[in-house]
Design a protein around this ligand. Structure first.
Ligand code: P1T
Length: 390
């Protein structure tokens, strides 16, 4: 695992790029914050002669600034911002044609499963949900028509760790693409393009924005053909974020590294505490030595992330009580912001996976660990666990 301090390597370090890439002071006014350009259309001197912007859906200066920043953080030549994480995923999946086959993990965000199983499967794309941590399972699921492998690592909500480099190598050997949803790790903790992935997808609603006040998505790639496809879909389907939303995500990015350093440290302590709690049956956190992906996460990630899932000896009834019993951990969907959240994926974020290979244990509780004082967070969990009779 690399140091949690963002050391400079060749060129500016991560935190420097988060604050400066695509964010030079405004040439007109010197403003040090990228202006929010609200114009939906831009004056042309003569037909087709303009300053690089003609219509707001096609190109917007605030969006271009954000796209430059995130692309830089992911080590990408192309970056496209979307109006949500699902719109970003959809833009990539539009590569698929009827008859094509897609591999997805057997643990992934419920909305991604819904998009694939309801919308894409409905238009003739086939898919298999596979334990992508296992090279044998990957090999067995591969078909001649497999065009794309979709990874989530760490996965939502079980925090499985998948070997990006190994899966990308298999995909490329078959002339298929490997796409990584990097929402849980962020580019600060994990750089999928450097490990061979063809594109990185984000829900920027989560850590990138970081303050639970914006919904957004992003795709970054170094693949010229894929970049052209994404730009075409972004403009043609039009699921673009507003200039204000772009500003909010870019503002969040400036503190991504420091937020995550603290959130990972808090999560590490919480996972260890839960592991030793008598009411807890199992803890899912890649930072724990017994986690099956621990060694791989050490190699593949800078730190282990700030999501922790666990089950209780008291089962679903106890889980429902704990989820309703915390005060600092707010019972809510979503993740990755400054405040800590608690939820029950089976009934909330992953309800659409019921009856599928991705179905979540109804007693599984998912925590998004925030930036609060960790002593207060531990006390809050202990109180809720005690109230629930656990
Ligand atoms: O909500 P949206 O911005 O559209 O992002 C969808 C999405 C994509 N990928 C992953 C890994 C995600 O976790 C999400 C959204 N997830 C939640 C809302 C949640 O609470 O899990």
């Amino acid at each position: 695992m690399s140091s949690s301090i963002d050391q400079a390597g060749e060129g500016p370090g991560f935190s420097t790029r988060a604050i400066h890439a695509g964010q030079d002071p405004d040439p007109l006014t010197g403003a040090v914050v990228t202006p929010i350009h609200l114009a939906s259309t831009f004056a042309q001197e003569a037909v087709g002669k303009h300053k690089g912007f003609d219509y707001g859906r096609t190109r917007n200066p605030t969006r271009v600034s954000l796209e430059t920043t995130i692309a830089s953080l992911e080590g990408a030549s192309h970056g496209y911002a979307f109006s949500s994480g699902m719109a970003a995923a959809d833009a990539v999946l539009r590569l698929l044609r009827p008859g094509d086959h897609l591999l997805i993990p057997d643990d992934a965000y419920g909305g991604t499963y819904r998009l694939v199983s309801s919308i894409y499967a409905g238009s003739g794309v086939t898919f298999s949900a596979v334990e992508l941590q296992s090279p044998d399972a990957l090999a067995a699921a591969w078909r001649d028509e497999t065009r794309l492998v979709w990874l989530e690592t760490p996965s939502n909500p079980k925090l499985n760790i998948i070997d990006i480099e190994a899966v990308a190598a298999v995909a490329h050997a078959h002339r298929a693409r490997c796409i990584v949803d990097n929402t849980f790790a962020t580019p600060y903790l994990q750089q999928p393009l450097g490990l061979g992935a063809d594109a990185v997808v984000h829900s920027s609603t989560k850590y990138l924005g970081g303050h639970s006040d914006v919904v957004g998505g992003f795709v970054a790639t170094n693949d010229e053909e894929l970049g052209t496809h994404l730009g075409f879909v972004q403009n043609s389907a039009g699921a673009v974020p507003s200039p204000f939303d772009c500003y909010l995500v870019q503002r969040g990015l400036k503190t991504l590294a420091v937020r995550l350093d603290r959130q990972c440290a808090n999560a590490d302590l919480i996972a260890a505490h839960l592991l030793s709690h008598r009411a807890v049956r199992e803890v899912y956190y890649p930072g724990l030595a017994h986690h099956p992906g621990h060694g791989l996460a050490e190699r593949q990630m800078r730190d282990f992330g700030a999501m922790v899932s666990f089950t209780l000896r008291g089962g679903e009834a106890a889980a429902l009580e704990v989820a309703a019993g915390t005060r600092l951990f707010t019972l809510a969907e979503s993740l990755g912001a400054v405040e800590s959240l608690i939820e029950l994926p089976a009934r909330m974020t992953h309800a659409s996976t019921a009856g599928s290979e991705l179905e979540v244990d109804p007693s599984l509780i998912r925590l998004s660990v925030g930036l609060e004082n960790v002593g207060d967070l531990l006390e809050d969990l202990d109180r809720a666990l005690a109230l629930a009779g656990s």
